[in-house]
Design a protein around this ligand. Structure first.
Ligand code: FAD
Length: 470
């Protein structure tokens, strides 16, 4: 009887233990993607990007003599239907680590087993399963550096080539059409703009990794903080959807490291920050929904949808670094890491708006949205996370701009106002932004929404007060 490969965040053929296990049974393999309630609840940009990934991956599977079966509904119900339609005897999938996915998958596993089908979950999304890394006393790591020290010398699964063939069943079960799923429906206006900036699919991701390791990794350590430079791998969107494995980054990165240069080691360390984020989510899932540290839960952050919050979302704060970054996000669905720190600090400190409001905006607009990295990143900046920057370290967006964008290349790329002939990227923002925002490239630059000094003083006063009362 055939086996079902339940595809989730692993849109790739290489280094995919779930696929390898399915193929190794020797039985025909039925690849299926199930759009369930958890996917329906995705933010606009992640859902759109998932749609692009699925469309692409469907073509990849067809070239490999297989197909992608698309079904909508509850995962368990759909799998049961497919089992009864095809007579499949087993389901294989790769693990996810957020609490909702774990709850769903646990239920699916129990129920399928109860009805006599084999249900097997596999690794592949992470280098190190979160439960396999523990401190000497048997607990979770709360700080990155010891986590890094404990894993950097560990063995990592070797790379697996894409299977040479994915055996097909004699008859295929029916599939829905991706166009009927309307994955871009919630994109306010700019879906086609965002799509131009996406890198979709396994082949493109592998090419980019090769190019990055060949040309850029040696300067990664020195240049990775400069948002105007093409100095980082840009692979987060592919990692988010499983179009490349972290194993590939790890093994090829290590090979680059052995050839000398500290750039590759710094790069591997960043890849392990992603692992650390999943370690935190697995062991303390409340990091996704509330301040990780209890003493931050009453901090007087605002939750309201104020004009200042809108100015931040729309790249209209009057501060070049913040506005360039927020527009980059809106146009490309991505944002440079330093810029993410600057806009998060500006929101949670100068504007005193809750980190969750910022996290939710990112979850709606990032094509590389990753629940673990996003929550950890926001709580790191806000000061409420386990291994966090102290709250009183308030980034000054003007000083940071002088330091990390001294030639102004980043702000010119994203802010059209005031430029005689703005580049296309800066104009793209006005095509991507919803009409209701009423923005035009010939309008004057926004005035600062707050003075940096006043915002900083207010934030620090609130911090000191909360510590005295706490
Ligand atoms: P590179 O510098 O090439 O790094 C390689 C890979 O390492 C990345 O693709 C990523 O998977 C991982 N990585 C690098 N830095 C981090 C980090 N600080 N934390 C976790 N993993 C890291 N990353 C996401 O993938 N999705 C998110 O939703 C996300 N939200 C963030 C929110 C905030 C407030 C902050 C401060 C950071 C967030 N990050 C997120 C982490 C980081 O900004 C991005 O991973 C990085 O900018 C992606 O660019 P790159 O692929 O060129 O990274």
């Amino acid at each position: 009887s055939p086996v079902i490969w339940w595809i989730r965040r692993d849109l790739r053929l290489a280094d995919n233990p779930a696929l390898t296990a399915a193929v190794n049974t020797g039985a025909p393999v039925i690849p299926v993607y199930i759009l369930d309630a958890q996917d329906e609840a995705l933010g606009a940009a992640p859902k759109f990007r998932l749609g692009l990934g699925l469309e692409h991956f469907s073509g990849v599977l067809e070239k490999a003599g297989s197909r992608l079966i698309l079904r909508r509904g509850g995962a368990l119900e759909v799998l049961r239907e497919l089992i009864s339609e095809t007579g499949a005897g087993a389901v294989h999938w790769s693990r996810l680590y957020d609490p909702q996915a774990i709850a769903r998958d646990t239920e699916v596993k129990q129920q399928l087993k109860a009805q006599g089908a084999a249900a097997r979950s596999h690794g592949g999304r992470l280098l190190f399963e979160p439960w396999s890394v523990e401190t000497k006393t048997g607990g979770m790591y709360k700080v990155f550096t010891p986590f890094w020290k404990s894993v950097r010398v560990r063995d990592v699964d070797s790379l697996r080539p894409a299977p040479s063939e994915i055996p097909a069943p004699d008859t295929w079960p029916a599939s829905e059409e991706i166009s009927d799923w309307k994955m871009g429906a919630a994109m306010r206006r700019g879906a086609d703009v965002v799509a131009r900036y996406c890198r979709v699919g396994e082949a493109a991701a592998q090419d980019r990794l090769d190019e990055f390791l060949e040309d850029k990794v040696s300067a990664y350590k020195e240049c990775r903080d400069f948002p105007g430079e093409d100095a980082t791998s840009g692979l987060s969107e592919n990692l988010a959807w499983g179009e490349i494995s972290p194993h590939r980054l790890w093994h090829l990165g290590r090979a680059a490291m052995e050839q000398g240069g500290s750039g590759a080691e710094t790069f591997l360390k960043e890849v392990v920050w992603r692992e650390f984020a999943y370690h935190l989510v697995y062991h303390s899932p409340h990091i996704l929904t509330e301040s990780w540290r209890q003493e931050w839960r009453d901090f007087p952050w605002s939750h309201e949808d104020t004009p200042q919050f809108q100015a931040w979302q729309r790249g209209q704060t009057g501060y070049g670094f913040v506005d360039a970054a927020m527009r980059e996000l809106y146009v490309t669905g991505k944002m440079h890491n330093r810029a993410r720190m600057i806009v998060a600090s500006f929101l949670t400190k100068h504007l005193m708006i809750h980190w969750k409001c910022g996290m939710d905006w990112f979850a709606d607009t990032l094509v590389d949205w990753d629940p673990a990295a996003n929550a950890m990143g926001w709580q790191w900046v806000a000061g409420s996370g386990p291994d966090a920057a102290p709250f009183f370290r308030v980034f000054n967006p003007s000083g940071q701009l002088d330091k990390f964008d001294p030639s102004g290349v980043y702000t010119r790329r994203w802010i059209a106002e005031g430029q005689g002939q703005p580049p296309r990227s800066a104009l793209d923002f006005f095509d991507a932004a919803p009409r209701s925002w009423n923005l035009a490239p010939d309008m004057p630059r926004a005035n600062p929404v707050i003075s940096l000094q006043a915002g900083r003083d207010r934030a620090l006063a609130a911090y000191h007060e909360s510590r005295e009362n706490g």
